[in-house]
Write a protein that binds this ligand. Structure first.
Ligand code: SF4
Ligand code: SF4
Length: 446
């Protein structure tokens, strides 16, 4: 067993030692309820989790169902009277149970396929929306950076790269010494961990985290909620780094006075934040930030914010629940007289960006709002145009220019695959035909 795997074992052993078996974590688990597991059997399920922690081997049936259902919501950790990070425990237990349930090569092949598919989509979408000098800057190796602050994007936000440009604008307006780093060569290794391919995880996610340290940065600001959760629970808790680690929204909220001093007049808006609990203080931070923007009124809506820490990802297996969350949000926002939905994360932004096709609402990310309040931002959100299904001329013209700048060509097969990637995700969207037809025509240009 590697030194890293030993440390994961130590985290699990510590949780098991502290656990009293009260069952509160299982009682509050929203995904256990979603698949029909009985809250009355909480002590039995936790007993099985304790057995797995102490004896290893295969998970008992009931426990295996719980582990499979988990989407990382962290309601369990919040409910634990002993202050145990139950989500972390469940995440490691799930990986270990999977490792004994099938040959490691099967998990390694699954992880490689998932990574390859994601990398292809990210590379193409980023090349359609960003100039090559910006993309190269983001992809440059972390260990070669020299700035005090590293803004770490992760991989998937590059599908909606205007968000990255907004954050760069914000940090720039704050006159900070920062570098931006991300892309698939700096992956957090989530697929490898989820598929129990620990050796490859160590060469990817664990290595990415070490590269942050090699840059000499004193602070690493994360964007992606999954990367934030993984690095927090599978790296920082395993070995304390020399740098501070935290989500960009928390950092901006902590520097609110600096931002407020630079805010300029804004148009009147009534906004609803699409909220997800489960990642640090991100909800409170974004509420604090938006609450300080001139002329912006926060409209309160009761939301299903505890079901998952973000749209998509592990929550994607609960399509009906996600669909209901998206519809209730849009309908609730309209009924409450809001004109804008503000998204927290990129996967939520992708899910909701097409709401404009069906509802009198604008959908923006919180970084759009903050960057614009600083007199910056205004970067076109091409992904929103794809999803809304309206005229595609602007998006195609931009893609033609950026693809040439990046030396990337699209063919009809890749447009077909990208169309499925964009429109098969749960969420609100206009017609997929507008995107498919316009970008197939672009591919035919050769
Ligand atoms: S993280 Fe959420 S979904 Fe997973 S076990 Fe805990 S409460 Fe259940
Ligand atoms: S809530 Fe905490 S102490 Fe209670 S069973 Fe769960 S992990 Fe153990």
């Amino acid at each position: 067993m590697s030194a890293y795997a030993d440390r994961l074992e130590a985290l699990v052993a510590d949780a098991a030692d502290r656990c009293t078996g009260c069952g509160k974590c299982f009682e509050v688990c929203p995904t256990a309820r979603e698949i029909g597991l009985d809250a009355g059997e909480a002590k039995a399920r936790v007993g099985e989790l304790l057995d797995l922690a102490r004896d290893g081997g295969a998970a008992a049936d009931g426990l295996q169902k719980w582990l499979n259902a988990c989407d990382g919501s962290a309601r369990c950790s919040d409910a634990c009277p002993e202050g145990i990070n139950v989500r972390q425990w469940v995440t490691i237990a799930k990986m270990k149970a999977l490792d004994v349930a099938r040959p490691r090569e099967v998990g390694a092949a699954n992880a490689a396929n998932r990574f390859r598919h994601m990398a292809q989509a990210v590379r193409l979408l980023a090349s359609m929306q960003l100039p090559s000098e910006t993309l190269k800057k983001i992809l440059e190796p972390a260990e070669r950076r020299t700035a005090e602050i590293l803004f770490y994007t992760g991989c998937n936000v590059l599908r909606t790269p205007h968000i990255v440009l907004n954050v760069m604008d914000i940090l720039d307006a704050m006159q900070l010494d920062f570098d931006v780093v991300g892309g698939t060569s700096h992956c957090c290794g989530v697929y490898q961990f989820q598929e129990a391919d620990l050796p490859t995880y160590e060469r990817m996610g664990h290595r990415t985290f070490q590269r942050f340290g090699q840059s000499g940065a004193s602070k690493v600001l994360t964007w992606c909620p999954t990367c934030t959760k993984n690095f927090d629970e599978l790296e920082k808790d395993v070995e304390e780094p020399f740098f501070d680690l935290g989500h960009i929204s928390e950092f901006l909220a902590a520097n609110l006075e600096t931002l407020k001093a630079r805010f300029v007049d804004q148009p009147k808006r009534r906004v609803v934040i699409h909220e997800h609990l489960g990642i640090g203080a991100t909800v409170d931070s974004i509420r604090k930030l938006l609450g300080a923007v001139p002329n912006l009124e926060l409209v309160e809506l009761v939301q299903d914010s505890g079901f998952s820490y973000a749209c998509g990802g592990q929550a994607a297996k609960f399509k009906d629940r996600e669909q209901a969350i998206h519809r209730a949000l849009a309908e609730g926002a309209v009924a409450a007289g809001a004109d804008t939905i503000v998204t927290m994360y990129h996967s939520c932004h992708r899910a909701l960006a097409g709401a404009e096709a069906a509802y009198p609402l604008r959908v923006v990310n919180f970084t759009d709002v903050i960057a614009e309040a600083l007199g910056r931002g205004g970067h076109p959100d091409y992904y929103r145009l794809y999803k809304a299904g309206g005229p595609m001329d602007e998006a195609v013209a931009a893609a033609r220019k950026f693809l040439a700048s990046n030396g990337v060509r699209v063919d009809e097969a890749s447009v077909h695959s990208l169309t499925a990637d964009i429109f098969n995700e749960t969420g609100l969207a206009g017609s997929r035909d507008s995107f498919a037809q316009a970008f197939t025509a672009l591919a035919k240009e050769g």
